[in-house]
Structure formats: structure tokens, C-alpha cells
Design a protein around this ligand. Sequence first.
Ligand code: PRP
Length: 232
Amino acid sequence: MNNTMQPLSGDRSQYLTIALTKGRLADQTMALLEKAGYYCEELGNKKSRKLIFTNEEQKLRFFLSKGPDVPTYVEYGAADIGVTGSDIIIEENRRVYEVLDMEFGRCTMCVAGPESARELLQHHERIRVASKYPNIARDYFYNRKHQTVDIIKLNGSVELGPIVELADVIVDIVETGSTLKANRLKVLEEVCPISARMIVNQVSMTMKAQRIREVISRVREVVNSEKQENQQ
Ligand code: PRP
């Protein structure tokens, strides 16, 4: 090892490492963390290609990763804490503690397709289902609807599936509904509500209990006070 580098174990115990989901979710997470008193100036520089950012004063490290990787980093302890969507947490099914609903990034996991597919769903036909979420799609059709279907895994732009006749329906998140509308697709069934969640590594929850509990309770306070403000 290069002797200017600190051993990873030293770093890990000294810092609280937080995995953020690249993009809009990371911005919303940082806005909330800042209200709770946790900062990272370096993260504000959008032009930077850096992936890991440190706040030496608060002994915090933040890194940006693709959503589906956040639960992986947290399960293996590369991050103590992670924030990502509950869609990803359910799909990845990692051994982590889910500790807090952050109440942003709200959307709905839906079955969507052309109007003509409604009948296929009602009659429990053996249909083709395209999704970025094969586990959620399988669980919904097999365990909740008791319908045998063929699941086709896609990695994005899932709305294309029914248009090019790859699939009859899709299982995907719907936020504003504009992607569906632009592609003449409709919500046919609702699977579950989705929002951003905080997850914690199971060992860190014991080894860094005090610091992690403090983060959870300070962030929870902000979430609750924002909820109250919105209700007024
Ligand atoms: C997500 C989702 C839908 C869209 C829904 O895709 O998969 O396509 O957003 O949002 P709306 O209801 O507000 O239109 P994302 O933008 O993450 O891109 P992807 O399809 O490439 O995964």
C-alpha cells in the first residue's frame, strides 16, 4: 500500500460515510441533511467529476453512486448510511436496516400500458411484462395477483416496451405521469407508493450507534417539521 494512504479500517472508524444516489435525489438529500446541520461544501461543485467528498470538521464522507448500488455499499459496510428510493431498496433486497422515510422523491410503482392491455390484466392472461424492477414485478404478479407472466428485464426507457411490442405492459415508477402520457400509455394498476429512505449498515448500527442515532433523530426532526409546515 502507498504509505501516504491511510488503512481503510482507520478511515472507516473515524468517519461516518454516507452513500448518496446520483442526481436529483442527492440534491434533495443534501438539502435535508443541511437543515439537520450536516454539510459538505465540496458536493456543491456540479462541474467536479469527483465521486467522494469529505467534511473534515464533522468527520463525514459522502459519495455519489447509481441508485441500485447504494444498498450494496451499505450492506458491505463501504457506507454506514445510504439514501435511495424504496423502489430500489425493495428490488435489491439487501441486508440493511431501513430506518427513516425521508418523505421526498414520492412516486408510485405502477403497472402501465395501452388501454387495450387492461383486459389482459383482468383475465389473468399470460402476458409479457417489461421492467427495470424484475423482482418487484414478479412479486406483484405471482404473489399478489396469482397471475403467471413472463418478465423481461430492461435498464431504462421502459415505456418503449409496449410501443415496440416487446411487452404488453410495464412495471415502473410514475411521478408526474408525463412520460406515460407522451407515449400514450396509462396507469392500469398501482403496486405501491415509493419515497426516499435512509438505510444503515447492520454492523455500523452497533459500532457507531451514538453518531448514527443522532443523524437519524436530527433528520427525522427536519422531516417531521417540514411535514407539519406542508399540512398547514
Ligand atoms: C423514470 C421512470 C419513468 C419516468 C417517470 O425514468 O422510469 O420513465 O421517470 O416519471 P414521470 O411520471 O414524471 O414522467 P428515469 O427518468 O429515471 O429514466 P429511465 O427511464 O432511463 O430509467
